[in-house]
Write a protein that binds this ligand. Sequence first.
Ligand code: FES
Length: 625
Amino acid sequence: MKIELTSGKTLSATKNESIYHALRRQGIYLVASCGGKGVCGKCRVKLLEGRGRIISTGKLTPIDIDARFVLACQTFPEENIFIEIPEESRLVVGERIAISKSRDLFELLHSLKAEISPIVKRIQLNLPPPTIHDNISDLERLKRALDEKGMKGMRFSHGFVSSMATALRKADWKANLAYTDGPEAIFISPLKSKDRYGIAVDIGTTTIVVYLVNLTDGRLIDVGSTYNSQMRYGDDIITRIVYATEGGGLEELRDTVVSDINAILTPMIERHNIRIEDIESAVISGNTTMSHIFWGLSPQYIREEPYIPTMNLFPSWKAGTARLNINLQAPVYTVPCVASYVGGDIVAGVLASKMHRSDEVSLFMDIGTNGEIAIGNSEWIVTAACSAGPCFEGSGIRHGMRATEGAIESVKIDPRTFEPVINVIGNGKPMGICGSGMIDAISEMFLIGVIDQKGRFVREVKTGRIRDGVDGPEFLIFSRDGRDIVLTEVDIENILRAKAAIYAGVSLLLKEVGVTLDKIGRAYIAGGFGNYLNVDKAIILGMLPDLPEGKFKFLGNTSIAGAYLCLLSDTMRRKAEEIAGKMTYMELSVSRRFMDEYMSALFLPHTDIGLFPTVEKLLYKLYKK
Ligand code: FES
């Protein structure tokens, strides 16, 4: 059977293959937050001609159905079909995306008083060329020269030895031997070759960022990023773990992430005329599941109680094993993880925030796809993951999307007319609403009385914007050309659950360590989402604790910043290991007290308004005056 697209492209569909799977097999990817289970309603396509067996219409509205929309993952062609893929259903991966703001990295490195000391060290060797009288083997010749320099116990892998003979001759026996601590020989390069590069990689559940760095002076040469193409298999970590544990899934996910990194690297290398062999080391920073998948380790037991990862401290494996398109012998350092749901990205984040150096207690929050928290100072750090879920990245929200072009990022609602004024990323046509837009919209609706403390619509409010939709009551945020963007009561409930998980995590961790809010000196917010976050609104929502605004500091992508530090300095790598070793992990999912905290935080802003004096004052001003 054929699937014809409005773009003119024709694809095939096998018997009992859904439109979603057929498109995916042929390289066309749809937004599939639920991984093709028919629950998220994001894979809408318009069936213009032909028939298909429709298993479920899930989240489609009667208007959608009248307009011939179907869920691609729930529709199986029964004859040749002709379809249109709306813009909002297309998953654009592999394209450069906006980089979240990162602090001046070089300044950061200096402020941490770290000397540049790359993972790979070099020693100059001047070997006498072999003669008929001095005819020992190449490796013995190398060992003899190392002995003379007092270097004993060097290990030589098969990969090193197999390229050594040619490399020594090419260098005319005057060469640099690159080696790592161990010590282990890595490769031979000509003396004149001064170019030394490395890559720092942040593997996020949603995005992948690569920094190309000059290892001699620490200069950031280029930055590239892409959406993590693993999103084809689902938005959240759990969907990926499930996919990885299915037959062949792990290899597929691994290939996807490595291909993404290599695809970012290739144009960078070309742009700067860099030889692949001169990229001599790499640092990977990611959550525990992403780090496992990158190395081809099954994340299966991360998901099963008692939630045990295969490893937290990764050995320094080679780029060849990782299949990275750099010097195949290059060591790849993985920022150590702490537990199943607190990974190297959080260790890197703590390192970059410098909270581990301060005497005052700091709060670190990474509000990305999951929501991780660390509280501590130079002496101790406690950490937890709050299972907030990826709703702030658009998943599980009717018209939710990531903070990218076309996303409504801020919302202001007129208290008299209830007309929303919106800002759209890129100033184009709105296609959905992202995390910061959701937070704005809900806190605004709460302040002007459109929703109550439980997030339910107040039906007495006289506005046509509150209406009944396919999922129950909803608020119309935007409407044009038959495309409505709404926030439903179910969406609000999901967002309240996510914010409650984050607040409950912070609140419980604080109680566990006996620290009160007024003792928090700084609150660091990390993650791409943090760049667009309006602190006041997040406090009204009850997601962030009610601290003075001046205490909050946005750090952007701290995972990549920490990876950069580890790439350049031995001290930073040791620090990262020290931080990971010092972090006490609390498993919240089994804690009764977490459930209690969570239940109290499900309200706007909280059951105990006394915890949010700023919001209390604001409400008093609005309603009691
Ligand atoms: S409904 Fe089709 S991917 Fe979620």
